[in-house]
Structure formats: C-alpha cells, structure tokens
Design a protein around this ligand. Structure first.
Ligand code: IMP
Length: 195
C-alpha cells in the first residue's frame, strides 16, 4: 500500500519510515512546493488540513500528523505552536521553556507530547483520525543527544532519562507518534481501507 506522508520534517520522516517499512506500507514524500498553512486551532484540525491538501494534489491517500508538547504549568503551552514557540532553533525553544518553568517545583512539571493523525482520500473523504498522548514531565536542564525538538527536556515517567536519551526504536514504542501510527497502520491493513 502506497501512502503519501504529508510532512517536510526530516525527524518525522525518519521516525515514520522506520515504523512503516515492517508493515508493508510504502511512504512517499509530498511535493516539495506543497506547504499548507496550519490554520487550525487544534492538533487534529491541522492534521486534517495537511492530509486533505496532500491527497488532493497527489491523487493518492495521504496521512498527516500534527504534534506538539503540552505543559500543565504553562496552561497547555506551547501546544499547537510548539514548532514556532519562539524565533530561532529547537535549542532556543527548549531554553525558553526552561526559563518559563524555572519557578515550577518538581512534582508540578507534568507534560505530554500529543500527536493527532488523519488519513484522507483525494475526494475529501476522511478515512481515519486518532489522537494519542505520551505523558512525562519537564526537566530542569537539557539532557541527551537523540531525537529532535523538545526531546532533551522531556523526562520519562519512572526513569532517569529524557526522550533524547533512548534509542529511536524505543522512542517509537513509547511515543505519542508511535501510538498514533500503530492505530493508523491497523486501519490501513483492515478491510475498511478501500482505495
Ligand atoms: P508539527 O510539525 O507542526 O507537528 O510540529 C511539531 C513540533 O512539536 C516539533 O517541531 C517539535 O518542536 C515538537 N515535537 C513534536 N513531537 C516531538 C517529539 O517526539 N520530540 C520532540 N519534540 C516534538
């Protein structure tokens, strides 16, 4: 089964491709010049915008995700603005979060990575949506070299490790995106998947 993956994010392309290959799903890139504006007010609305746009332009089924970090002590920020919470690099955004969280004590630093995913057909049919969460907390410093984005400040529950300190394989098992992807793959392999 060939499906367009509607993202230009290299970190996501790597993670999804690793998960797709063993399931017999061939993920194809979306056209370079397609960059739909994420105007939704929820993760799911943004995933639908991207999946609809990619399916229409390519005339193939397309899957898109929208993800981000929600921090309780910051009333859910950075949320849907995770990728552009401030100007600069991923490191600048991590430092901004650590500064904003400076006065928040251990035990009140709960956070979750969220991933919404949508699978759409070229005629606009929405075949499947899902939204999954990976619970953890925000550390006091950045730790670890793997992953991307906010991984070095996302402390795993019950372990002395951030999500930047585990292998890609383990991250795929635990993560918001891994959980959402497995639900999507189950659907793509089911009789309901007609294209
Ligand atoms: P999107 O590309 O609009 O879904 O934005 C996702 C943003 O959320 C990324 O640029 C990261 O800043 C953050 N994010 C989402 N998932 C992860 C993850 O697994 N690790 C670290 N940061 C993540």
């Amino acid at each position: 089964m060939k499906v367009i993956l509607a993202t230009h994010n290299p970190g996501k392309i790597r993670e999804f491709s690793q998960m797709a290959e063993p399931c017999g799903i061939e993920l194809l890139p979306m056209p370079d010049d397609l960059d739909p504006e994420e105007t939704g007010s929820t993760f799911l609305e943004n995933a639908l915008i991207k999946a609809h746009a990619a399916a229409k332009v390519t005339n193939m089924p397309a899957v898109a995700d929208d993800s981000g970090l929600e921090i309780e002590a910051l009333s859910g920020r950075p949320g849907i603005r995770s990728a552009r919470y401030c100007e600069g690099t991923d490191k600048d955004r991590r430092e901004k979060i650590l500064e904003e969280m400076a006065g928040v004590p251990e035990g009140k630093r709960q956070a979750a990575f969220v991933c919404a995913m949508a699978l759409c057909l070229p005629d606009g049919t929405v075949l499947k949506t899902t939204e999954e969460r990976w619970h953890g907390s925000i550390g006091f410093v950045s730790r670890g070299e793997n992953g991307f984005g906010y991984d070095p400040i996302f402390e795993l529950d019950g372990r002395n490790q951030t999500s930047a300190m585990i292998t890609n394989e383990e991250k795929n098992t635990l993560s918001h995106r891994g959980q959402a992807w497995r639900k999507m793959v189950d659907f793509i392999g089911s009789p309901e998947m007609k294209f």
